[in-house]
Design a binder for this molecule. Structure first.
Ligand SMILES: NC(=O)c1ccc[n+]([C@@H]2O[C@H](COP(=O)([O-])OP(=O)(O)OC[C@H]3O[C@@H](n4cnc5c(N)ncnc54)[C@H](O)[C@@H]3O)[C@@H](O)[C@H]2O)c1
Length: 434
């Protein structure tokens, strides 16, 4: 038996899609589905977010405002915070947050709420896809049983259920939602066909995976791979520093190997949503399943989360060895985002470092051309532009995010003291007095 969806390309004729959660991920799916002929309702509990989207604003990091405006203008996309607007959907996509709880366990309350809502409006033959990151087994467990409970229907029989993780790399202009291979999975064969059929209308290539736990694990592994390699290079950089070895030079040499090696660069730790939650979900999953703990993953999380502390200490050492005092020092930090080229500040180590310096009594200012609002930044930190004059006025300049807009070679010439934990200016220059 097979399940075919959305064979017609005219707006609305493919059917109705309800996307639950209109943040980074949900909006991308909604806009793309609207562009290819689905009639899309984007539901979000945040009224302010819905108003922003309704007025054509709120497309972020790689999704152009023009694409949002176009689908609003054609009527193919409608943001809403009214639950009943999702009724009659043929496909529902869940893209709500899946954060980590205070004890390190998955916090699935948003998923539970979304499942409850979808179940109430679920009609026979509809398809439900989860895009939120989940631990292995969650789709066929907590999601399937929640939908069965709220709808009174049997998953995989009365409706079709699958998992298709989002792989967006915020700031990456080459690989977008449309041209990144999309993992698709289902709780049974007919669900897999239905999920595959839906996403085949949205993306250039789908990758069928035999089961939802395997697809969930694949997503967590992709992000954990980065977490582990970032930790490895950070730890090696710390060790090389104490051994008096130029790690930047060593990494440049290692990267010339054309096979079996992938370059990662020292930095301030791991930030953003996905790296942290994926590693936490994976290690929680192993421990919760009474399996052996994932020691490498847990060690990597520890190393990366310790990096802001190391860098603050590096800055303190630098100031003291140049006969200064941290308290009252004018420190300019370059970068607040969690990585270059993006505006996202969630879990950003750069923000942690700036806040820690302010707490120590330094007069901190921060420059980041991408970050407009930063509610997690200490109130005492002023926002400035990264100009040569600002650098000259500061006692210490710290490069925390290597945005291409920072002309660091030019700025460095004006700095009295430059701390470069990213090794952009060369590792031996990590502490550099002019
Ligand atoms: N941001 C990324 O780069 C990225 C990449 C891959 C996967 N993911 C995963 O995708 C999921 C969504 O992430 P995001 O970055 O879009 O989050 P986000 O915080 O940008 O957006 C989530 C949206 O969901 C809304 N929401 C919360 N509960 C809701 C509910 N019950 N009903 C309707 N709306 C609700 C929030 O108001 C918010 O607007 C998470 O599981 C995340 O781990 C994110």
């Amino acid at each position: 038996m097979s399940h075919e969806l959305g064979s017609k390309g005219v707006h609305g004729h493919r059917g109705k899609v309800a996307v639950i959660g209109q943040g980074h991920i949900g909006l991308r799916v909604a806009v793309r589905a609207a562009e290819v002929g689905w009639s899309v309702v984007g539901y979000d509990i945040d009224e302010a977010r819905v108003k922003e989207l309704t007025s054509g604003l709120g497309a972020r990091d790689g999704l152009e405002t023009e694409r949002l405006s176009n689908v609003l203008d054609t009527g193919a996309y409608m943001p809403t915070f009214s639950k009943q607007d999702i009724s009659g959907f043929d496909v529902a996509v869940i893209a709500v947050p899946t954060p980590v709880g205070a004890d390190g366990s998955p916090e699935l309350s948003h998923i539970v709420d979304a499942v409850d809502l979808i179940g109430k409006y679920l009609k026979a033959g509809a398809v439900v896809s989860i895009e939120s990151s989940l631990y292995p087994g969650a789709t066929e467990g907590v999601v399937a049983s929640g939908l069965a409970y709220s709808s009174g229907k049997e998953p995989g029989v009365d409706f079709y259920l699958g998992y298709s993780p989002e792989r967006v790399d915020t700031g990456n202009r080459a690989y977008l939602f449309e041209n990144t291979p999309k993992i698709v999975s289902g709780i049974n064969d007919i669900s897999l066909d239905a999920i595959d059929s839906f996403y085949s209308t949205l993306v250039a290539k789908t990758v069928r995976v035999a089961g939802t736990p395997e697809a969930e694990l694949a997503k967590l592994m992709e992000n954990t791979f980065r977490q582990v390699n970032v930790a490895l290079v950070n730890e090696i950089a710390l060790a090389a520093g104490t051994l008096g070895i130029d790690v930047g030079e060593a990494l440049r040499a290692a990267e010339t190997k054309p096979f079996g090696y992938m370059g990662f660069h020292p930095g301030t730790g791991a930030g953003g949503h996905c790296l942290l939650s994926a590693s936490s979900y994976l290690s929680w999953s192993a421990r919760n399943g009474s399996g052996p703990p994932l020691r490498v993953v847990e060690a990597a999380m520890t190393v990366n989360s310790s990096m802001p502390g190391h860098i603050v200490q590096q800055i303190i050492n630098c100031i003291i060895s140049n006969d200064g005092h941290v308290e009252g020092s004018r420190i300019l930090v370059l970068g607040l985002a969690y990585k270059p080229g993006v505006s996202e500040v969630a879990n950003s180590p750069a923000v942690d470092i700036a806040n820690a310096l302010a707490n120590l009594g330094a007069q901190v200012s921060a420059a980041d051309p991408y970050v407009q609002e930063c509610p997690i930044l200490a109130d005492s930190i002023s926002r400035v532009e990264a100009t040569p004059q600002r650098c000259a006025e500061a006692d210490v300049v710290v490069l925390l995010v290597n945005h291409k807009e920072f002309d660091i070679g030019r700025l460095a010439e004006k700095c009295r003291l430059l701390v470069d934990p990213l090794y952009v200016t060369g590792s031996r220059n990590a502490l550099r007095a002019k």
